[in-house]
Ligand binder design. Structure first.
Ligand code: XLS
Ligand code: NI
Ligand code: NI
Length: 440
């Protein structure tokens, strides 16, 4: 399919921490056992199609800087031939990187004309080629998704559009790509509500839009069961951008939404670093929230710029952040259908094919290094012990009775009056921060 290899490299090898080879992994060693499980299965790494093979390097002040042979010329529509070329290059990349999964939106893979039947034919045609490449390389689909935010029909939202015809069109688009994801044996299906929010409240009926979104999510879940798709449905929270406000703001907001529309059990979360930070949280916070509420699903991995307030989607390079995330994920039992998807893009000046390779090697090694540090932290046990000791008082008979609702406010007041005043205990934050740094 591919005219010639696009990436002028061999398969990226593991060479260990002392290697100076910029085209080798220093930490990512797929079959290394970490707490009894291969590193590859802990991380379930995925490359994303959109930033890596579709995004042209544009920003709001300038057009694309990337010159990729599968891009259509300025103003020309993408053709199926170009889509096939892109597919060949993508699989060449997955193979050379050794990443086991990929993710894509319908619109990343093929041209989607304003015609659902033709769009479906295009998707089916590329799916057949994807199947062939997946068989040849062993690379699997982590998730598929519909792009319900780029086309102008979705400018006022998809499920939350004031026009029911747009809601209906979006349903048609999701049906197509959900069925294609099923055909490709995708491990998950993602819904990111890119424009499910508002630009101004002046023209928005918030209650109506919430009911529309709740209905849409229920329809998707129903269809999943109808076609027998066994993957996990995931919602990806994000507080804003492109809209001023998005309804899937953060993990806790989505949780409340799922409860209100009786969708708990149907959806889990796909948590993205730069979305959590845009919401004013740390990545670790949204992960901890998801775990505490049995909503952990999958992860989009990238990073923001602490000085810029938008979704810069840079490749991750902070091993401490990765350690804290993986410590929680691994302790919670690890990933099941989910994975770590590089929803990250190059900087606009990184125009060479090799830049894409360096970006992924760095991101993958950041996660692998974080996983190894998390393993050391877990084996050491001091952090775990500290936290369980901190709550130990609740483990005795009286503590359990309070939580079980067996004490009234009066009983507690009487008990407090009779007992000596509680003695404050240090939270030891600095000690704990130093502890983490010993393992990173
Ligand atoms: C955008 C989102 C998007 C989703 C998939 O900010 O991260 O890339 O992951 O639609
Ligand atoms: Ni994002
Ligand atoms: Ni994302």
């Amino acid at each position: 399919m591919s005219p010639a290899p696009y990436f002028d490299i061999d398969r990226v090898p593991f060479e260990g921490p002392d290697s100076h080879n910029p085209l080798a992994y220093r930490y990512y060693e797929p079959d290394r056992l970490v707490l009894g499980k291969p590193m590859e299965d802990h991380l379930r790494l995925a490359v994303c199609y959109w930033h890596s093979f579709c995004w042209p390097g544009s920003d709001m002040f300038g057009a694309g800087t990337f010159d990729r042979p599968w891009f259509a010329g300025a103003g020309d529509p993408e053709t199926m031939e170009l889509a096939e070329h892109k597919l060949a290059v993508a699989f060449e990349f997955f193979e050379k990187l050794g990443t086991p999964f990929f993710c894509f939106h319908d619109v990343d893979a093929v041209p989607l004309p304003d015609d659902l039947a033709q769009s479906r034919r295009n998707l089916d045609r590329i799916a057949a080629l994807m199947e062939r490449e997946m068989d040849r390389t062993g690379v699997k689909l982590l998730w598929g998704t519909a792009n319900l935010f780029s086309h102008r029909r979705y400018m006022a939202g998809a499920a939350t559009n004031p026009d029911p015809a747009v809601f209906t069109y979006a349903a048609g688009q999701v049906r197509n790509i959900l069925e294609v994801t099923h055909r490709l044996d995708g491990a998950n299906y993602v819904l990111w509500g890119g424009r499910e929010g508002y630009d101004t409240l002046l023209n928005t009926d918030m209650r109506h839009e919430a009911d529309q979104l709740g209905r849409f999510l229920a329809l998707v879940a129903e269809h999943k069961h109808k076609i027998g798709f066994k993957g996990t449905l995931l919602i990806e929270p994000k507080p804003m951008e492109p809209t001023k406000h998005q309804y899937d703001h953060d993990a806790a907001t989505v949780h409340a939404f799922l409860q209100r529309y009786d969708l708990i059990g149907e959806y889990r979360l796909n948590i993205e670093v730069n979305h959590a930070t845009l919401a004013g949280h740390s990545y670790e916070h949204d992960i901890a929230y998801a775990i505490a509420n049995d909503l952990m699903g999958s992860f989009d991995i990238n990073r923001g710029d602490p000085q810029n307030g938008w979704d810069t989607d840079q490749f991750p390079n902070d091993v401490t952040e990765a350690t804290l995330a993986l410590y929680r994920v691994v302790r919670a039992g690890g990933l099941t259908t989910g994975g770590f998807n590089f929803d990250a893009k190059l900087r606009r000046q990184s125009i060479d094919p090799l830049d894409l390779v360096h970006a992924h090697i760095g991101g993958i090694d950041t996660l692998a290094g974080g996983l190894l540090a998390a393993e050391r932290l877990i084996e050491d046990g001091a952090l775990d012990r500290f936290v369980s000791d901190r709550y130990a008082g609740w483990g005795n008979e009286e503590g359990r009775a309070v939580l079980a609702g067996e004490r009234s406010l009066e009983t507690l007041a009487d008990r407090a009056q009779a007992a000596p005043a509680p003695v404050p205990v240090s939270g030891r934050q600095e000690y704990l921060e130093n502890l983490i740094n010993r393992f990173v």
